[in-house]
Design a protein around this ligand. Structure first.
Ligand SMILES: Nc1nc2c(c(=O)[nH]1)N[C@H]1C(S)=C(S)[C@@H](COP(=O)(O)O)O[C@H]1N2
Ligand SMILES: [Mo]
Length: 337
């Protein structure tokens, strides 16, 4: 994000609009969920709702995860009715600095990233700390399909259909103590697999770390995601487990989580460490507080091209104010950016 070169995706590289079919359109066509599940079983049923062009990489996820992914149900109350970005954009335009700083680096360099088996450590102020297999972390949770806006601090945005479950439900299972005021997250460190972690030019002191205040972590909008577009997460999107905090700038939504720690003090977060004057801990989307080097009043909604840049107004809390503004009552948002 500190790099000033323009977005690396040329408009000529963006495919002509690929058509996304949402559940409602399938309903209209008489192909409701009942019809889909009566086809038999279940592993790709959910994927049928999305237009995933056959020539693009598919991410079915590990065998053990597939029935759970397929059983996911759309949560309309928590979904925007805006058109999701074409699958192509969501899996080829990524920020995942472990694989490089160019938007195309993650899709190019993460395809062999090993995400199964995967272990998540639960640590700190919590009654049930330990190292858990991802399978055991996920098992009790029914997955939901939620369509959220994702607003990057660099002033581009996308609408993405996630599969996941509320972080609050996970937190409750591990029983944080009364001292747990914040939740801290860590991404994997693996120089063999993540080339940028081995680069002497890297600006980030690995691992990538992030955090939320406890009430933010418990907010029903805060999602632990394991999938997009009805399938498992592609490695470039943070497989096998990532955070999605839709009212905050994208950098809060940490990918490929290996550790969740409950702490008493506000934890350090990667971009805040690098440039505290530019990226705050809270990082709530706010059109009234500009980044020191660019305006945050508008955003480029992908897909976008030179001829149709698709600039839209940025909304306070990325449009989720009704659900989250109460948590920041009385806070000076210019100070706590
Ligand atoms: N571990 C890790 N997580 C990360 C990042 C990163 O570089 N490393 N980039 C963040 C930023 S800046 C954004 S905008 C989102 C992008 O998510 P997407 O590529 O799935 O759209 O991931 C966030 N999570
Ligand atoms: Mo971002």
């Amino acid at each position: 994000m500190l790099i000033k070169k323009p977005d690396s995706i040329k408009s000529s590289q963006i495919t002509p609009e690929s058509i996304y079919r949402n559940r409602r359109q399938f309903m209209k066509a008489g192909l409701g969920l009942a019809a889909v599940s009566s086809l038999g079983l279940p592993s790709i049923a959910q994927a049928l709702e999305y237009d995933i062009p056959a020539d693009l990489p598919q991410y079915p996820g590990p065998e053990w995860m597939r029935a759970q992914l397929a059983a996911a149900v759309r949560n309309d109350a928590f979904s925007t009715s805006e058109e999701p970005a074409p699958y192509y954009n969501a899996i080829t335009h990524n920020n995942f600095y472990e694989f490089g700083t160019d938007k195309r680096d993650p899709v190019r360099k993460a395809q062999n990233f090993k995400t199964d088996p995967w272990t998540v450590e639960i640590a700190g102020e919590v009654a049930k700390p330990g190292k858990y297999n991802l399978e055991d972390i996920l098992k009790p949770h029914a997955l939901e399909d939620r369509v959220y806006r994702l607003r990057c601090v660099e002033a581009w945005s996308m609408v993405i259909p996630w599969l996941g479950f509320p972080l609050a439900d996970l937190i409750k299972r591990f029983e944080p103590t009364s001292k747990a005021k914040f939740v801290r997250f860590e991404t994997l460190v693996d120089k063999e697999q993540m080339p940028e972690q081995d680069s002497i030019f890297s600006t980030i002191d690995w691992p990538y770390v992030e955090g939320l205040r406890m009430d933010e972590a418990m907010n029903p909008l805060t999602l632990m995601a394991v999938g997009v577009y009805g399938n498992a997460l592609p490695p470039q999107n943070g497989a096998p487990l990532r955070l999605v905090v839709p009212w905050k700038y994208g950098f809060k939504s940490i990918k490929s989580i290996v550790k969740i720690e409950f702490v008493e003090e506000m934890p350090a977060s990667s971009w805040n460490i690098i440039a505290p004057g530019e990226y705050g801990f809270f990082a709530n989307v706010n059109p009234e507080v500009d980044h020191p080097r660019w305006s945050q009043a508008t955003e480029r909604r992908l897909p976008s091209s030179l001829l149709s840049p698709n600039i839209v107004d940025t909304q306070p809390y990325n449009g989720y104010g009704e659900e989250v503004a109460h948590m920041y009552k009385g806070m000076d948002l210019k100070k706590w950016y």
